[in-house]
Design a protein around this ligand. Structure first.
Ligand SMILES: [Zn+2]
Length: 413
């Protein structure tokens, strides 16, 4: 981030300049529209997290964006979370809600058949579209929106020890994700142990003993990991304490980017059980967590973090081929076709502008690789590389460039 001039990195400004997302009054406040370029970034983030979670034993599912009001009454979201939910939708003689959370959907999915202790921990994950009411004064670009896609998961565990171990693994995943983004603990993000308030039984599920125990478990886990964290009262979920990963935007506004929560309430409400070694049903334990958070929110942070100069794997256009003059246009197009066939996102600039202007345009767009083609390159079947991060390089064979870019993309450098 450019500390000299943080406003230059404001994601709302860059989002417009780089044509990543927009809002329309006709669609509604806080409802973002992702452009083709912004959609590339979003899709890459989604692929990254889904693939990483599957590697780590998560089971990815799909569930509907709406459900009966009764479901959220059963989960307790309706009374506790009502102010953040939209009004019910009447369909025939039943009321439905746009979902503010995924939890009850995943619990109902879990309940479809008996589960053995051998299948636990069961990590049910989804890129879930959620809908929450935010006051119009609170809305801010992609950071605060009224609909977002959460990388959500609910981990059903056989014991408290298993739940604590899973919270640790969820934090490992989060630390891996932040390392890929180049985010540093205590610089770009901080840990917060978010606790309840025993006196506020309207906001928090009443069970003093369970709160004490849950908060203690999380505190001990953080201490054992040796991670620095702060404690904050009255910031928990209504069903239990959580570890929040807090990030600030360029204007200093802090939000929760990712979260890991210990839940001692939903297993009872949903009667979540598993069949133990003794053949008897036992009460399960639940961990809620988000790994990459809301895609919209992490995009806002990353746009600001990178100042729009995304690493190659996230760049909407990874290479732009610039023809020196009209007679090189056919070869420029041929290079683009070859790059695309190798799964590299490439574009051609074969406009009638001067090469200098084309290079400037490519730099304004923060394209990682500008590839210049003129007489010499057409003759030798090469491209001259101007890299955003390491400057001008020697002419290279297209095949060699492809190998280099593919490795850079694969390793997410
Ligand atoms: Zn949940």
């Amino acid at each position: 981030m450019d500390p000299e001039n943080p406003k230059e990195h404001d994601h709302k400004k860059l989002g417009k300049e780089l044509d990543l997302f927009t809002f329309s009054d006709a669609v509604g406040k806080g409802l973002p529209l992702f452009t083709p370029k912004g959609s590339v970034i979003r899709r890459e983030l989604e692929r990254f997290i889904v693939d990483e979670e599957i590697k780590r034993g998560y089971l990815h599912v799909y569930s509907p964006d709406i459900a009966k009001l009764d479901l959220y009454e059963k989960s307790g979201h309706y009374p506790h979370y009502k102010d953040s939910m939209y009004a019910p939708i009447q369909i025939d003689d039943e009321k439905f809600m746009l979902r503010p959370m995924t939890c009850p959907h995943h619990f109902e999915l879990f309940l479809r058949k008996p589960v053995s202790y051998r299948e636990l921990p069961m990590r049910i994950a989804e890129l879930a579209k959620l809908y929450r009411y935010e006051q119009s004064g609170e809305l801010m670009g992609l950071q605060r929106v009224r609909t977002f896609c959460l990388s959500d998961a609910h981990i059903i565990c056989a014991s408290e020890e298993q739940a604590v171990a899973e919270i640790g693994k969820a934090l490992d995943l989060i630390e891996y994700v932040t390392s890929v983004f180049g985010l540093k603990l205590n610089t770009d993000y901080r840990y917060r142990l978010s606790m309840g308030d025993r006196a506020n039984t309207e906001k928090y599920y009443k069970n003093d003993e369970a709160w004490e125990k849950g908060e203690d478990l999380l505190r001990t886990l953080m201490q054992n990991r040796g991670s620095k964290f702060e404690e904050a009262k009255d910031e928990a979920a209504f069903y239990g304490p959580k570890i929040d990963i807090q990030m600030k935007n360029v204007n200093g506004k802090e939000d929760t980017a990712f979260t890991v929560q210990y839940d001692f309430c939903m297993p009872d409400r949903f009667d979540l059980t598993y069949i133990g070694e003794d053949g008897e049903p036992h009460r399960a334990f639940v961990v809620h967590r988000s790994s990459i958070g809301a895609i919209e929110r992490i995009m806002a942070f990353l746009i600001e973090k990178y100042g729009g100069a995304f690493p190659t794997w996230l760049s909407p256009v990874q290479a732009k081929v610039l023809s020196v003059s009209e007679k090189h246009a056919a070869y420029a197009k041929e290079v683009v076709t070859t790059l695309k066939a190798a799964s590299i996102r490439a574009e051609v600039d074969d406009s009638n502008e001067s090469l200098g202007k084309k290079i400037r345009a490519g730099k304004i767009e923060k394209t990682p690789y500008l590839l210049v083609v003129g007489d010499a390159e057409v003759e030798a079947k090469t491209v001259s590389v101007d890299s955003r991060d390491s400057g001008k390089q020697d002419a290279t064979l297209v095949a060699d460039l492809i190998a280099k870019l593919r490795e850079e993309i694969r390793t997410r450098k």
